[in-house]
Design a binder for this molecule. Sequence first.
Ligand SMILES: [Zn+2]
Length: 420
Amino acid sequence: MSCIACFIDNNNQKKLKKNCFGLDRFELKLKKYKESFLENIKKLKSISECDCEFRNNNSEYVQWTDSFLEETLNNISVIEDTFDDIISIYISYISENTKIATDKIWSFLQQNDLLNETESGFTYSTIYFRARIYDKTFNKSDINNFLHIPFNKRGLVGNQRFSVSGQPMLYLGKSIYGIKKELSTPINNLAISAFIPYYKDFYSKKYFTIKNTLFDTIAKTLPEIAKDHEIDYDDSFLTPNRNSIKKDIKKSIFSQILTFPVEKKSSFISEYVLPQMTTTALLENNFNGIVFPSTKDFSELKNYNIRSDHESNFAIFVNYSESNQYDDELLKNLLHFTLNGKEEFNHSVYEILNKFELVFELNRKSNYHNFIAPLISLRLQVEYLEKSKIDGIEYYETSYGKIELEFYSKVADFYLSIIK
Ligand SMILES: [Zn+2]
């Protein structure tokens, strides 16, 4: 038995998608995924009756999620149509050509009003990490070596889920654990840097988000709000609501299909077709980047706060320069940190949170306000992972956690140097 929360959880969706492995054409996998999605959604029970971790008896919350489920079941045809539309775009790519299919993906996003939900600039005003496999041929302390693949080395830009071969982008990850997963390389062989986008430069830009927004709302946000507020599915001031259902369903299915796991890596990867065409369409239409979840397996990380987005990636599009090898303007929009080789990686969570507190306190007395947002977000990220463990070792005792704390310490020191 499942409820709407454990059904739309990425882990469950990944299971449904992996059940389609073995079919020899991606279009067949998509059709099978559609069938099992529909079959399972029709059997869902109330969150109050489910035996999963999301079970909840708060009457406000139960009523909201029951109404949501009822409305979803009233819109089964929207689910079917959305799958069919996306599958037909994929078929257009394999049977017609890239240009036609890319235009179709753009019309799909436009006609369904899925493009105008860019998140507030504050969402990006936080720390991101960037790593490269360290082959001893570059200086690990020079931030230029971390920006993006230089314009004269385009040939090195490979085929990735959201990256078109030959088109450099700045790839960032929300946690060092996440980037290690993305690069499939032991942490000791990575050179690592950190970036914090300046709010003033990022708030007005357009980033497209591939995210399980419905799950985030239903499993993460609403249970908290419902504790001491009334929530009403018919309230049009809060989204999702009864009027947004069609859009919620479409965006959710689009995100799930774009993160379809790869069964076999080869020179042509069917699962990358739709994500790469989405990237191309966004590039052509003046978007500045894309936020997407990792599709790697994070199951050995246990006991983390459900709000943690350690799996999130952020790819920033770069502007071509004729005279420079890098997008130097982009670098000016980012606060950045590298390691100098002298770090001891021995900071404790307690010490770092105290350091943040000191910055907050001094900040209140000063006229600098631009680093409150990143610091609040860093503090939350520390708290979300504080009790988590990998193979029984607390996250901040692992090398991932230790390196993150080192960067957090550098960030706090940098802010302190400005305030003092
Ligand atoms: Zn459940």
